[in-house]
Design a protein around this ligand. Structure first.
Ligand code: F6P
Length: 478
């Protein structure tokens, strides 16, 4: 094993061996659908090639058919509890780490039905990538791009709403920041609204849209924390007050966002980043970390990032999906927003952690770690360079469920385990915030009795995406 110092979890990782767990549901219901959808995406391209051939069509068609048969084989293997096999050399990053770990398991533990869920799910996406990476004509093909684009296009109502709210906040920055240090200040209320929009963006819950007009925020202030609490009632652990207290100690700092999904969630990440940079004195730079290969269907790739911003400048982009066409005023708001984001990218206030034109599967060292199978507890051991880079940041925000699973090792911790304890060797190394809507079994940091109550009231609370945990951990400076 190349990394003998990996964190020893005190509890088992989730695995499909437990038939009642979500890992099992993933194996028997979710993954087959993911694979079938890719087969259908590749078949559609093949069909197109057939109908409109060009010089490369024949070779690409042949490769496409091979990819379809490899994916079908993987699906068959899953259904028949076959053993996971080493990933073949495809010239892409992060192959050895999967194969090295695979070798450490006894035969009975490395089958689709017995392997720990975190490894198996990451392996599935890395293995899928290898089918495309090994070709000539499909190397840059993202089988999930159409799905990501569809969800983005269908979110135009929320996108326009947030764009207008954000533009308004930028115009009213002076009002917003009056007495910002006072408890319950307009800036604090606006921050809490913004960050919750970003949190629920992970569930693509469009029902919690914010209004950031100074006038509206004053109304919110009038009803005080009750309104905030109402909005936050499904957040089972809520460290946002601690985050706000901490942020107030930061001046012209740097925030990093370990991204999750493209489309609407990425848009809410950009909105939060815009708010922090444009409306607060705390943050000057936001660094966005995308994935290096198509990952968990909808995760952000470098291309998705640039494309999301450019699309806002294309007046016809939402036209095919909007039930009512966007008005000139809507389009002007989107254009003002995207132009500001482009200026921020040019000036370095917004940064992508890897070059925007990074090819799939070829990320620089800083872009590699997020598509390995490692839990983030092992970040200090397996990716010290990435950790050093994150230590330059004042706050590292981890978005979404998979990032949360990796932070706590996807293990069956008792639900009252302190978040810091579950972070293992990562605790205290960086200041971090996890914004997660619950879509998997693992969860920590809850008060005594919460899990038991929810087991009765809403038995699917761990996986439905309707509940969330917001977990903060501060760096220890020695
Ligand atoms: O996009 P997110 O929030 O990381 O969620 C991805 C989620 O998909 C699932 O893996 C299911 O396959 C989750 O349970 C997982 O963690």
């Amino acid at each position: 094993m190349p990394f003998p110092g990996l964190f020893k979890l005190p509890y088992d990782r989730c695995s499909p061996k437990e038939k009642k767990g979500f890992a099992y549901t993933s194996l028997v219901k979710r993954w087959p659908v993911v694979l079938t959808n890719i087969v259908s995406a590749v078949s559609n391209v093949n069909h197109e090639l057939h109908m409109n051939p060009d010089a490369n069509s024949e070779a690409k068609l042949v490769e496409g058919k091979k990819i379809i048969s490899q994916i079908s084989q993987m699906k068959y293997d899953m259904g028949h509890n076959a053993a996971l096999t080493p990933i073949e050399n495809d010239g892409d990053i992060n192959r050895e780490c999967y194969n090295d770990e695979l070798r450490t398991y006894p035969d009975e533990d490395c089958r689709w039905g017995t392997m720990n869920w975190l490894y198996a799910e990451c392996y599935m996406y890395r293995r899928l990538r290898s089918y495309f990476a090994s070709t000539v004509h499909w190397k840059e093909y993202d089988p999930f791009f159409e799905q990501k684009a569809e969800t983005y296009k269908s979110s135009s109502v929320a996108i326009v709403h947030l764009a207008k709210a954000m533009n308004q906040a930028v115009q009213e920055t002076d009002d917003l920041s009056q007495n910002y240090e006072a408890e319950g200040s307009a800036l604090e209320i606006a921050f809490l609204e913004m960050i919750q929009a970003d949190l629920w963006g992970n569930a693509t819950d469009l029902s919690l849209l914010v209004d950031l007009k100074y006038e509206d925020i004053q109304k919110l202030q009038a009803v005080g924390s009750a309104a905030q609490q109402e909005q936050a009632k499904n957040i089972l652990r809520n460290d946002l007050p601690r985050v706000w207290s901490y942020l107030k100690t930061v001046k012209n700092g740097r925030v990093d966002i370990i991204l999750d999904n493209a489309g609407f969630e990425l848009f809410t990440d950009l909105i939060l980043a815009d708010f922090l940079v444009s409306c607060t004195p705390f943050v000057d730079t936001v660094v966005f970390h995308p994935k290096a290969i198509p990952w968990f269907v909808s995760d952000v790739l470098p291309y998705d990032f640039t494309w999301a911003i450019d699309s806002l400048l294309d007046s016809s982009f939402f036209a095919s999906h909007a039930s009512t066409p966007l008005s000139p005023d809507d389009l002007a708001s989107l254009s003002a927003l995207a132009s500001r984001w482009k200026r921020y990218l040019d000036s370095g206030k917004f940064k992508l952690s890897v070059p925007a034109d990074t090819k799939l599967g070829k990320a620089t060292p800083l872009g590699r770690f997020w598509t390995t199978q490692y839990a983030f507890q092992d970040l200090p051991e397996v990716a010290p360079g990435t950790l050093d880079e994150l230590r330059k940041s004042d706050l590292v925000i981890f978005k979404g469920d998979l990032n949360y699973r990796k932070l706590v090792g996807d293990a069956w911790w008792p639900t009252t385990t302190p978040f810091e304890e579950a972070l293992g060797p990562l605790a205290g190394k960086i200041t971090l915030l996890s914004l997660r809507t619950n879509k998997a079994d693992t969860v920590v940091g809850l008060e005594e009795g919460v899990a038991e109550r929810l087991d009765k009231e809403a038995p699917d609370w761990r996986i439905s995406g309707k509940y969330a945990v917001v977990s903060f951990s501060e760096r220890r400076r020695r």
